[in-house]
Design a protein around this ligand. Structure first.
Ligand code: HEM
Length: 447
């Protein structure tokens, strides 16, 4: 049939496919799609995977044109998206003809949220999406529970800074492990309320389930652990405090399956932790925009901190936490010169679009202003939280929560980088930033 011949004519050669797999797609899997692995992340940084994604895909676009590029791998149909306009077509054309589900996500996420919105089918998806939107309120930059979130952020940040200072000369250095412990506690507070602050067990159970999710095809679901985890989450949802996110969901056992939605939130806050820690590196850099954002944190009271929210968005744009956004076509689709078969997985590699200097003057700079002057909103290839009907419903809640936490961290003193990596410069932001390696100190600053 025509379509097949076109694939052969316009698609990649076997050698190109092999190169793409080894240099771009497999390293993405090695990093851990569901929970980042320190080894995979270090390898990706050291071998320049992110840098290669940009140069490799740009070369493919020059050679093959702008249409999605079909690849065949292990009997699966895949198409690499190469044009920012096509990203918009895919994300706005969700769920039909571009479904956000797909075998990989289902295999991975069913390990800990079998009824999560992301892997729900049509009717249930609509209901569960609505439940998520009612709780996370993506239509408002300032979530209705912002004051409670600010209180939690202050408490956690203060406890963290105090612990670092008390460690004194015995090593008051903020590393990833210490930071993520605090951020996990903040997550549990925001999701369930203050009573859950010490409930590390829930976080640990989820981490184990997620480690299996990374190998979605290889590990069978662990029904026992998943059941215990979801029961524990359900108990916390039952006790949720009035100004917590979970309190905004239906009752446990309802068709919305609140415990599964909450399981996704807990999982997704991990990406927020990574992005926040990198945002701290941006804020402590000598980039011109960093000073204005720091000043906002020190000077502004209240909950509206647009520059710090934009700093978080810049952190995710420069170093995306969702490496690839996937849509699966529900029928044959027609592009400029190509027709692509039904049941093709379209891969949008965010780093390629976010760092496309042939299109974006700010590609390798830290430029929070793009989030307040409309430049980012008008650019279909900038998708840190994705967009369209299946885009992240946490896209406003996350920057808000993080901006409040960053403000409190800045108010604790003047943190500065003490690791060995080169300082961040704008323009010239590095293609990768391994969050496991970042270290900060509050030493020699006044409170
Ligand atoms: C830095 C932090 C985060 C980033 C970068 C991020 C990004 C994303 C992306 C790219 C998607 C996929 C959208 C798509 O396929 O088009 C997504 C989905 C989703 N995110 Fe987030 N997210 C973050 C944190 C959160 C948090 C903290 C929550 C909840 C509190 C959340 C809730 C969701 C939900 C429920 C979905 C599934 C939406 C659907 O399928 O309709 N996210 N997120």
């Amino acid at each position: 049939m025509h379509t097949e011949q076109r694939h052969e004519a316009n698609g990649t050669s076997p050698a190109e496919t092999a190169r793409l797999l080894s240099s771009v797609l497999l390293p993405t899997v090695a990093r851990g799609a569901i929970v980042r692995r320190p080894m995979g992340e270090a390898l990706a940084t050291a071998t320049g995977t992110d840098h290669r994604i940009v140069s490799h895909l740009r070369a493919l676009r020059e050679r093959h044109g702008e249409d999605p590029l079909p690849l065949k791998y292990a009997g699966r149909r895949i198409a690499l998206v190469l044009s920012a306009e096509d990203v918009r077509t895919l994300l706005q054309g969700t769920p039909d003809p571009f479904s956000p589900g797909g075998a990989e996500k289902r295999g991975a996420l069913s390990q800990f949220q079998p009824h999560g919105v992301l892997i729900s089918d049509q009717d249930e998806r609509t209901r569960r999406r609505k439940a998520n939107e009612e709780a996370l309120v993506p239509s408002r930059a300032i979530h209705p529970d912002a004051s409670a979130i600010a209180g939690h952020a202050d408490e956690e940040a203060r406890a963290l800074v105090a612990a670092l200072r008390n460690a004194g000369t015995r090593g008051g250095v903020l590393d990833w492990s210490r930071f993520s412990e605090s951020f996990d506690a903040l997550t549990r507070r925001v999701v369930f309320g203050g009573f859950a602050v010490g409930d590390r067990e829930t976080t640990e159970m989820l981490r184990t389930l997620r480690a299996r999710a990374n190998w979605s095809y290889l590990f069978p679901n662990s029904d026992g652990l998943r059941k215990r985890f979801l029961e524990r989450v359900r108990e916390n949802v039952d006790r949720a405090e009035p100004d917590s996110l979970a309190a905004r969901l239906g009752s446990p056992g309802s068709a919305e399956r609140p415990e599964d939605q909450v399981a996704h939130w807990l999982f997704a806050f991990d990406a927020a932790a990574i992005a926040t820690y990198r945002a701290l590196a941006l804020l402590t850099s000598s980039a011109p925009a960093a000073e204005a954002a720091r000043a906002e944190g020190l000077d502004e009271d209240g909950t509206d901190l647009p520059l710090l929210r934009a700093t978080l968005r810049e952190s995710v744009r420069l170093w995306p936490t969702t490496l690839v956004v996937i849509r699966e076509s529900t029928r044959q689709t027609r592009w400029r010169d190509t027709t692509i078969d039904s049941a093709t997985s379209f891969l949008v590699l965010s780093a390629f679009f976010h760092r496309d200097s042939s299109r974006l003057s700010y590609a390798d700079s830290f430029e929070p202003d793009i989030w307040t002057d409309g430049r980012a909103d008008n650019e279909p290839g900038v998708l840190p939280f994705s967009y369209g009907p299946a885009g992240c419903p946490g896209r406003e809640l996350v920057p808000l929560t993080v901006s409040l936490f960053l403000r409190s961290l800045l108010r604790g003193g003047a943190p500065h980088r003490v690791d060995d990596a080169p300082p961040l410069r704008s323009p010239g932001m590095p293609a990768s930033l391994n969050h496991f390696d970042l270290r900060f100190s509050y030493a020699n600053t006044s409170v």
